[in-house]
Design a protein around this ligand. Sequence first.
Ligand code: RFL
Ligand code: PHB
Length: 394
Amino acid sequence: MRTQVGIIGAGPAGLMLSHLLHLQGIESVVLESRSQEYIEQRVRAGVLEKGTADLMIESGVGARLQREGLIHHGIELRFGGAGHRIDFADLTGGKSITVYAQHEVIKDLVAARAAAGGKIFFEAEAVSVHDLDTQPKIRFQHGGATETLDCDFIAGCDGFHGICRNAIPPEVLRIHERVYPFAWLGILAKVKPASDELIYTYHDRGFSLLSMRSPEISRLYLQCDPDENIAEWSDDRIWTELRTRMATRDGWMLADGPILQKGITPMRSFVAEPMRHGKMFLLGDAAHIVPPTGAKGLNLAVADVRVLTRSLLDFYRHGATSGLDHYSDTCLRRVWKVQRFSWWMTSMLHRFPNEDSFQHHLHLAELDYVTSSRAQATALAENYVGLPFDEPYS
Ligand code: RFL
Ligand code: PHB
C-alpha cells in the first residue's frame, strides 16, 4: 500500500491532519490500533481554545460544535472560600473558549473522513517505522497479517505511549520532564453543572475543578496522590471531598448525582526534541505532555497539525522544504510557552506534599495577585483562550 502521508494514530492530531491535508488535495492513510467504538467513547479533554474551535468551523467539521458546544467567556478561580472571575471577553478583546468533549471532536472528524472516502484502518497497530531518511515505511498488523505502508512522510500522531518517538535514535533525542507529586481523580456525573463556567479551586486539602460536558453532565476533578487506589473512593467520599474543597463562605452548594465514570490521571510535563527525524514528524502527545490544569493538550496537538499542514502544502505545491526543515523549531516555540503556562497553573493551584507555611502563603499571594491585577489576569486569559498564531495553516 502507498500514500503521500502515513499517519499513525487516530487521536485529534492524526484525524485533524488527515482532514486538513485532504482539503488541500494531499492523500493520507491513518492507522489506529484501537477500534472506532473505543476512540469515539474515550473520555478526555473538554476545552477548545478559540483557534481550535475556529479551525474546526473553517474546515467544515464544526456544525455540531456550533450547535452543541458551550461558549464560555471566563473562568472562576476560587480560594479562601470566595470566587473571583477572570473575564476572558473583557481581557482579550472578546475571545472565548468552547466546552466540547474531545470524543465528540473525534466523532466529527471520523465522520468527515468517511464522507470524503478517507482511509482510516482501525485495529491496525503500527509495529515499526523504517527508512526515515529515504523512502519511509510503516509496518503494521491488521486482521492477523503484517502489512507495509510506503509513504513520502510519516506523521507520528501515536500519543505518549506510541512507537514513533522511540524510533528517533537515542543520541539525537532529548527529553525534558517533570513528574508532579500528585494526580487527578476525575469523574463524569449525571447532574446539571453547578456553575455556568469552570471553577478552579485551591484549598488546604488540595485542588479541585468543576467542568462540564453538557447542560446535564458535569465533569469534576480532585487532586489526589499519584498512587491513589480508586477502589477506596466511594461515590459518597468523592462528593464529600468535592463539597469540602469547593465550599464558599456564602454557602454555595455543589449538587451531586450518579457518577457515570471515574479514573485517575497522573500529571506530568514532558517535551521530546527534535520533533522531526528525517521524513518522520512527531505531533501532539507523541512529542509533548502538559499537565491538564491549563486545558492545553488537545489544543497543542492541533497547533502542531497547523504547522505540519502548511509545511507539507509548501512542499507539495512549490517543492519548498524550509517549512519542513523548521517544523520542530516552529512547534517548540509554542510548546514551551504552553508548557510554561500549564506548569504555572499547576503550581499555583495544587497543594504540594510537605508544603510549608511560606509556600502556602506564596500560593495565596499569587492567587490574590492574579485576581486583583489586570495585567496578571490578562496574562492568564490570553494564554487560556490560546496564544495567537503567526500564520494561517494554509
Ligand atoms: P492521542 O489522543 O493519545 O491519540 C493517539 C492515538 O494513537 C493510537 N496509537 C496507535 N495507533 C496505531 N499504532 C500504534 N502503535 C499506536 N500507538 C498509539 C492511540 O490508540 C490513540 O488513538 O494523542 P493526540 O492526537 O496527540 O491528542 C492529544 C490529546 O488526546 C491530549 O493531549 C488531551 O486529551 C489532553 N487533555 C486535555 N487537553 C485539552 O486540550 N483540554 C483539556 O481540557 C484536556 N483535559 C486531557 C484532559 C487529558 C486527560 N487524560 C486522560 C490524559 C483531561 C484528561 C483527564
Ligand atoms: C475537562 O473538562 O475535562 C477539563 C477542563 C479544564 C481543564 C482540564 C480538563 O483544565
